[in-house]
Design a protein around this ligand. Structure first.
Ligand code: IVH
Length: 721
């Protein structure tokens, strides 16, 4: 039998001690040995030989254990051992086996997350221990008063706190019996909630079975939520289909969990963090911190930012730190929850009628604000889409000034009933474009005007047409200057061909002077032409020509993106380039071949096909090629040397670098087979730090992630000395 040595960071919750001190080495022969006896090769052999029920049963159990273990590594430890594709392959293997031997299917099998019929309604669940809410503090002074109250009640006692981000989702209870997930419920009125077991089963970060050693009855409580990314994906799909939008991730999570058909919930991509114990039998913990550790040991997901604080000063520091991290977090939080750590002290402090005296919620200012819609204008995009845009009385939200917000399309304006002159609630979270949430109808005077979509394009006067079944109205004018300008600006933009000095103002001048009508014309521009433009001296004209010439080698991915094919963003363009290696192969690919590309679904594939079925688009590609624009991929992922230190690693670039822009640094990482992400987590391998790095640097230090300065980064990527 093999013996595994696993490193488990026991002080997983961060804190004041250095991460090194918190590492202890645990000899883990327990559950890991469960599948240490069976090698991958044997697993495959077993699969081939699984003709009889007994072998099949063993194999199914083994596959389940592996899948559970890898889910735990991924969701709880944030430290996966295998790729998503390998996980999916194991899941498919189990699915195939269960299809052959249906009697092997158990409710806890990882294949059984989405099951059951739509319910007629939710049953009521009575909480064995009521689910209370918390009292709030809105300032540091109020937090200090909370601390004083605690000190008065526990004179001369040392009080340690645990501080945790307050996730903005939906409180839920999850019950496990003999390790198996048997019941999930909403908080409801605190005494009774709704049985949402079927829906919680679809939440992939919630285990259907606890890890070995779970008490016979174990209830945990936590917050189910939707990440900001999942929320914006959900809403953009809904906006495209003309469906009603969710106002924020919290509402989206609540709406998803209250679906009677679990198949709908399964498509909603919810997550969960657990933050306390509920009714349990035979659990021996003496502090909340230990309870969090237990939750995590049992395979439940605990927020990695939670921290033990020696006193109120450290709590205030934590609140400040989390406030700074807030815009970058992948989920919404609305504050910090502060809890007395010792369970004995908690018991002595007790409860008021509504909430515990030993905990408080410190609330952050909302990421929402109210302002007035001065006007609703219509923007024409490069694909001719007419987008209504709210022009707002400028207002500060989540630290930045907002003066416009997209209204998506005509249906959404009507559904939300947003009128010119309305006072509205707007919301800005993270990098997401500000949204108008809803009008404050109580403030209406009657003078507000209802918006109507123009029937002609505001830029060129051509007909604006809305196809049946589509939510978007488009300008059908082939010579529309707005489309042309947007298309050309997009072509030259940083993420596309990256022609420095060719911003929207220069593009406008070039178009108005009749010098360019198509992106291909950019490569025919001469110095004599350029110097005739306003505020364009000899030197800047030369620089611009240099940038134009350099852009010919921008690479296939950028060219594909620059064409402005509907729905093809930078990510899909990169995947298309990596997959096909040349523009000609992208053009001739069938729909089936296109959908084989990771980021390409049916809709994108159809859009690519439609784009290249237009003779004028094919002509554009030919003209670009003739002008010397590189249309093949020089380095594919396969060609990247496997021994370069960035290959397969996850990297975050933050702060200002000296010799290259952040985008260039990110591209360098990708070109070496690395993955670039925007926020630092335990999955991050390296953080490249320039000047003024901000909170990502702090977080990297906190998580003990390797940090490279620019010099080191250049050295590691083979560019430095
Ligand atoms: S502790 C006895 N911890 O905030 C109260 N709550 O009013 C136990 N919440 O309904 C709650 N993150 O839904 C706690 N880390 C956290 C939390 C958290 C979010 C929510 C929870 C509760 C509300 C408090």
């Amino acid at each position: 039998m093999n013996i595994f040595i696993a490193t488990l960071p026991c002080g997983f919750l961060g804190g004041e001690n250095s991460p090194q001190l918190q590492q202890i080495y645990v000899l883990a022969v327990g559950f890991m040995s469960l599948f240490s006896d069976i090698t991958n090769e044997q697993l495959v052999e077993m699969d081939a030989a699984a003709a009889d029920q007994q072998t099949a049963g063993q194999l199914a159990a083994e596959l389940q254990r592996r899948l559970e273990y890898h889910s735990y590594r991924y969701y709880v430890l944030d430290d996966p051992e295998i790729s998503d594709a390998e996980y999916d392959a194991l899941l498919r293997q189990l699915e195939a086996l269960e299809a052959r031997f249906p009697e092997l299917v158990s409710p806890q099998s990882p294949t059984q997350r989405v099951g059951g019929q739509p319910l007629p309604g939710f049953e009521t669940v009575t909480h064995r221990i009521p689910m209370l809410s918390l009292s709030n503090a809105h300032s540091f002074d109020e937090l200090k008063e909370f601390d004083l109250r605690i000190k008065r009640a526990l004179p001369d006692e040392q009080v340690t706190y645990v501080a945790e981000p307050k996730i903005d989702g939906l409180a839920v209870s999850v019950l496990y019996e003999d390790g198996a997930f048997v019941q999930g419920a909403t908080r409801g009125n605190g005494q009774q909630g709704e049985n949402i077991t079927q829906n919680l089963r679809t939440v992939k970060s919630l285990p259907l079975r606890l890890r070995p050693g779970a008490p016979a009855v174990f209830e945990a409580r936590g917050e189910a939520y939707m990440s900001r990314e999942a929320f914006s994906r959900l809403n953009s799909g809904r906006s495209e289909r003309g469906e009603q939008l969710f106002a924020n991730p919290r509402n989206a999570a609540a709406g998803s969990l209250r679906q009677l058909d679990p198949k709908v919930t399964a498509h909603r991509d919810l997550d969960i963090f657990l933050y306390s114990l509920g009714y349990t039998e035979g659990v021996g913990v003496s502090s909340h911190w230990e309870a969090l550790q237990l939750l995590r040991d049992l395979g439940l997901r605990v927020n990695p930012l939670v921290r033990q604080c020696a006193g109120i000063t450290q709590v205030l520091e934590f609140c400040e730190e989390i406030g700074r991290l807030r815009p970058e977090l992948p989920y919404d939080i609305d504050g910090v929850v502060v809890k007395v750590d010792s369970l004995a002290q908690q018991a002595r402090l007790g409860f008021t009628a509504k909430s515990p005296r030993w905990a408080i919620a410190f609330k952050f200012p909302p990421e929402e604000a109210t302002t007035v819609v001065r006007d609703i204008t219509v923007q024409v995009g490069r694909t001719g889409a007419l987008t209504p845009l709210a022009i707002l009385e400028p207002v500060t939200v989540a630290g930045s000034t907002v003066s416009r917000a997209t209204l998506h399309n005509e249906d959404i304006v009507r559904q939300k009933d947003i009128r010119i002159g309305d006072t509205v609630v707007i919301r800005k979270a993270g990098d997401v474009i500000p949204e108008v949430v809803k009008p404050v109808t109580a403030k209406r005077t009657g003078a507000e005007q209802v918006f109507t979509m123009p029937t002609v394009c505001p830029a060129c006067g051509a007909e604006a047409y809305r196809a049946p079944g589509e939510a978007v109205t488009r300008c059908i004018g082939s010579q529309c200057p707005a489309q042309l300008l947007e298309g050309l600006s997009h072509f030259a933009s940083r993420d596309a061909m990256d022609i420095e000095g060719m911003g929207p103002a220069i593009v406008t001048q070039l178009v108005e002077a009749g010098m360019i009508k198509s992106p291909a014309d950019i490569y025919g521009l001469s110095l004599e032409q350029l110097v005739t433009l306003e505020r364009m001296g000899q030197k800047s004209a030369e620089n611009l020509l240099g940038a134009i010439s350099r852009s010919k080698n921008a690479g296939l991915a950028r060219v594909v993106f620059a064409l402005g094919i509907r729905l093809v963003g930078a990510g899909a363009a990169r995947d298309l380039a990596d997959h096909f290696g040349s523009m000609d192969r992208v053009i001739s690919a069938s729909t089936q071949e296109l959908t084989a590309v990771p980021a390409v679904g049916e809709k994108i594939a159809a859009s690519v096909k439609e784009y290249f079925s237009e003779p004028q688009n094919l002509e554009l590609v030919q003209r670009l090629k003739a002008a010397g624009v590189e249309m093949t991929q020089e380095r594919t992922q396969e060609q990247v040397s496997l021994d370069n230190p960035l290959n397969g690693k996850t990297v975050v670039v933050t702060g200002t670098l000296e010799t290259l822009s952040r985008k260039e640094a990110q591209e360098l990482v990708r070109s070496l087979g690395g993955k670039v992400t925007s926020s630092v987590s335990k999955k991050t391998d390296y953080v490249v730090v320039g000047d003024n790095p901000g909170s990502k640097h702090d977080k990297a230090v906190e998580l003990g992630i390797t940090i490279w300065d620019e010099e080191e980064f250049l050295r590691q990527t083979g560019r430095g000395s």
